[in-house]
Structure formats: C-alpha cells, structure tokens
Design a protein around this ligand. Structure first.
Ligand code: NDP
Length: 467
C-alpha cells in the first residue's frame, strides 16, 4: 500500500520534533508533522525555557543584597519592569520557534500547523478535513495542566498563563507543592509579588528525599513566600472587577489578584480518537507503550509526557530519538528510565537529585547515608546563613552509590556530572578517589569521610557518626 508519508508525527514538542528530524535527516524518511499551537511545545514555549529565564530575572534582588555584603553599599535591584522582560521573552521564544521550524523544514519535514486526530491505524485527519495516510504514526502531544475540580476554578490561571500576563499580580496565590508550584512561587516572590503558596501536604515536593524536601520547604519561607501547609482552596469567587476570593477548606477566605493552579499535569489524549481505535490507555489517560514506545496498535507509537513514564524534556527527546533509530535506522534502542537526574529550580538553592531517596534505599536494604551540611563561602560572606546540603546514599556491602541529592546553588549543574559515574555503577571509593577541586561546593561530594547514619537492615540508625 502507498502512504502519503512514512511517518506522521502529531505534536511539535521536544519528543516529536526530535523523532521527525532524526527520521528525516538521518534515515531519509518522508515525514509529516502536525502542531496545533506554537512549534517547540511545552518546554520551549510555556515551560522549561521561559521558566528558567524568569528564574534568572527573579534573582536580581538577592544578587543586590549579596553585592551589598561584598562592599557595594549602593547595590539595589529596583522595581522589576515586566513589560520590558516580557517583550524580550516573546522575541526569544519567536527565535526559538523559528529555529525549531527551520530545523524541521531543513530536514525535509512537512509541517501542518493544525490539530490532527487519528482515524485508523494509518490515517490522520487534520482540522481542515484533509486526510493523510502514513505507514507509522507517532503521538507526541505531551500533557496539559490539571485543575483540582473545585467551583470557580476557571477564575484561576495555569502555568501557561504566567508567560503571557499583562502585568505582575500584586498578591498571588499559588496552589500545589510540586515542581511548578515551588519554582513559580520562587519566581513570583523574587519579581516582587506578595506570594502565598498553599499546599495540602506537610512538606513540598512529595516523592523527593524527605530531608531535602524539608530544606526546600524552609527555603520558601526564608525567601518570604507565605507558605500555608495543610491548606487547599475549596472554591473561588470573583471579588470586584479584578480580584478573586479564595475560600479554603478550613473555612477561611482571602482575596488575591491572581490564583495559579500548579496541581499537576495529565496526558493530553482527549479527542485524538484513541479509544475508538483501541489504543490502550492507562488510568490517567496515558498511552500505554512497550519498551520500544509502541502502542497496542502496531503502527502507532507514542513518546514523551503523553505516555507518563518520566515526564521530563530530555527523556522525551531520548524516546523520540530511540524511536527513529529503532523503526527507521535498524538500530534498535531502548530508553533506560532508571537513574534520570532532575532539578527543581528554586532559589537561592536548587534541589537536584539522581537515584534513590533515603526512604527508597532504606526499604531496599542496608545503606550508609553521608550528609554534608555547610554554609557556602560565597553566600556566607555576602551575609546569608542559608546552608547547602549534599547527600550520598551508599549500599552496604557493594559500596555502590545508590542516590545523590544536592540542595545548593547550581545543584542542577552538579547533578548532571554526578549522573555520569552513577550510571557507570560508581562506588563510594570511586567518588573518594577523585581529587577535590578547591574551593568549590562540589568538592564536598568527594570528601565525605564517614557516614552520618545507617539505614535499612538490622543496624539501621545505630552508626550515627559525625561526618
Ligand atoms: P507535580 O505532580 O509535581 O505536583 C502537583 C502538585 O499538586 C502536588 O504537590 C500535589 O499534591 C498537588 N495537587 C494535585 N492535585 C491537587 C488538588 N486537587 N488540590 C490541591 N493540590 C493538588 O506537578 P507539577 O504541576 O508541579 O509539574 C508537572 C510535571 O512537570 C512534573 O511532574 C515534572 O515532571 C514536570 N516539570 C519539571 C520541571 C523540572 O524539571 N524542573 C519543572 C516543572 C515541571 P500531592 O503531592 O499531595 O499529591
């Protein structure tokens, strides 16, 4: 049978673009791609990239304070000029969108700027009614913010809206305690908004190492975020022309200029025609795939957040690339979803992590936990008491490093390097054998001499030694 394309990709985000580009440029495959919004997807247009730029912008106040500690008594950040930043951000996103589009077109990929849905195992229909056939279909449509399902929630914003605001809110409520809530509360506070963060649990970042979660929780308070733990909104009502009254579950109520929900994301599978076709979906609506990213319909594959495996951009990129290598390059390649490093870009300290948390390691068996907690020289001299914390979790017997957690400045940069030896199965002795680079923060990772505690197994918590 003759098809219009060898491959049709639905979704122009990180995973879809990589798969399309590799298939077309490396393997000469005829590729079409549909994107209903801006090319680049969540990461480039309304996620990682603009978020990180906003994190940089939000640091000015803290940098000025540190500069004063270093002998620049006049250093002041002044007021943040949102229209100036926003205009520049838009231009940068235009540039990136252009680069993504140009890269695909240069590789010979046909771009269809409209929504697509799947009609059968080899046919998609575009929003304008055009029907296109393809030997393979790749779904890479990502995820969408999920709202908590409370009355009046339409009065709130989602993270996408933050990048398009006309002006910064004076008083804002962020709801949630995950990656996005912690990062956006940090940004909004740093840019000058009076920021309240309401999280239903007792420490933010559930799923991360408990000790590290406590440090991020304390840091949010330290930077001036009004953190309400055990708190969640029950309903939202309009108050006057431009404010929202939030009633919390404990019956209290307060008025905010803006409310931002960061209550998780869900796979964006609705309306794609998947149920009708018999593509197997999971409990959250995620597309169920095998280790080759193949769905229950053999000609249809899926990569990235829509499969809800590890919802991070580099993972989607690797999945998209591996799909192209496997299906078109005769180079079968699976993605290893273990040992994926990640970072939460809070300020002044980030939290970065790879491998097992202390709680996961303890459940698995005996392990030694090495913890270094110290005040970094730069911020200490600048007048800050904030501590950095580094933790290595080492399996007893094998000496293998099972987990590494860093709470400190540029922790994301450090964890990237730690992920390499850990992926190679490094032992604590390998870490110790590396000569320290002095004076750095990272040298603490190779100079932790004695375990702070033992976890898991019979001798848990008995060997408490000061490092
Ligand atoms: P997360 O799943 O990380 O966090 C969702 C938060 O919302 C949790 O604290 C959760 O609470 C809370 N929540 C969920 N439902 C409700 C509800 N009905 N009422 C009140 N609170 C609720 O999602 P995010 O939206 O923060 O981020 C989505 C994903 O995006 C992340 O998992 C990550 O993969 C990716 N991401 C990665 C970043 C990075 O790498 N730096 C940055 C931003 C996003 P509870 O914990 O109690 O369930």
């Amino acid at each position: 049978m003759n098809f219009d394309y060898d491959l049709f990709v639905i979704g122009g985000g990180s995973g879809g673009v990589r798969a399309a580009r590799i298939a077309a440029s490396e393997y000469g495959v005829h590729v079409g791609l549909a994107e209903e919004s801006r090319m680049g997807g969540t990461c480039v247009i309304r996620g990682c990239v603009p978020k990180k730029l906003m994190i940089f912008a939000s640091q000015a106040g803290a940098m000025a304070a540190e500069s004063r500690g270093y002998g620049w008594p006049e250093a002041q950040s002044g007021d943040f000029d949102w229209p100036h930043f926003h205009h520049k951000l838009e231009r940068e996103l235009d540039r990136l969108e252009g680069a993504y589009t140009g890269g695909l077109q240069g590789a010979g990929v046909d771009i269809h700027k409209q929504r697509a849905r799947i009609l059968d195992a080899h046919t998609v229909e575009l929003a304008d009614g055009q029907r296109i056939t393809a030997k393979h279909i790749l779904i890479a449509v990502g995820g969408r913010p999920q709202l908590p399902g409370i009355p009046g929630q339409e009065l709130g914003m989602i993270s996408d809206d933050l990048f398009t605001m006309e002006r910064l809110p004076g008083r804002v409520l962020v709801v949630g305690g995950g990656f996005i809530a912690c990062e956006f509360a940090t940004i909004l506070k740093g840019l000058g908004s009076d920021t309240v963060l309401a999280y239903r649990g007792d420490a933010v970042l559930r799923g991360f190492d408990d000790e590290m979660r406590r440090h991020v929780t304390e840091q949010l308070r330290m930077i001036g975020v009004d953190l309400r733990l055990g708190a969640a909104p029950e309903r939202l009502d309009r108050e006057g022309a431009s404010s929202v009254r939030v009633t919390f579950k404990d019956g209290s109520s307060e008025v905010f200029e803006a409310v931002m929900f960061a209550t998780g994301r869900a796979p964006y599978t609705q309306g794609l025609g998947l149920e009708e076709l018999g593509v197997k979906l999971g409990r959250k609506g995620e597309i169920v795939v095998d280790e080759w990213s193949q769905t229950s319909v053999p000609s249809i594959y899926a990569v990235g957040d829509v499969t809800d495996r590890v919802n991070l951009t580099p993972v989607a990129i690797r999945e998209g690339h591996s799909f192209a290598d496997t299906v078109f390059g005769a180079k079968p390649r699976k993605v290893d979803h273990s040992l994926v490093a990640s970072a939460v870009y809070t300020r002044p300290h980030e939290l970065a992590t790879v491998g097992l948390t202390e709680e996961q390691a303890a459940a698995r068996g005996p392990a030694d936990v090495y913890v270094a907690s110290f005040r970094p020289m730069r911020s200490l001299f600048g007048g800050s008491e904030v501590r950095a914390v580094m933790k290595l979790i080492v399996e007893t017997g094998t000496d293998k490093v099972l987990g590494c957690h860093i709470f400190g400045p540029e922790a994301g940069e450090m964890i990237q390097m730690v992920a390499i030896p850990m992926g190679m199965g490094a032992t604590k002795a390998d870490f110790d054998a590396a000569m320290a680079v002095h004076p750095t923060l990272a040298e603490e990772l190779v100079t932790m001499r004695k375990p702070t505690r033992r976890i898991g197994g019979d001798n848990a918590d008995k060997a408490v030694v000061s490092a």
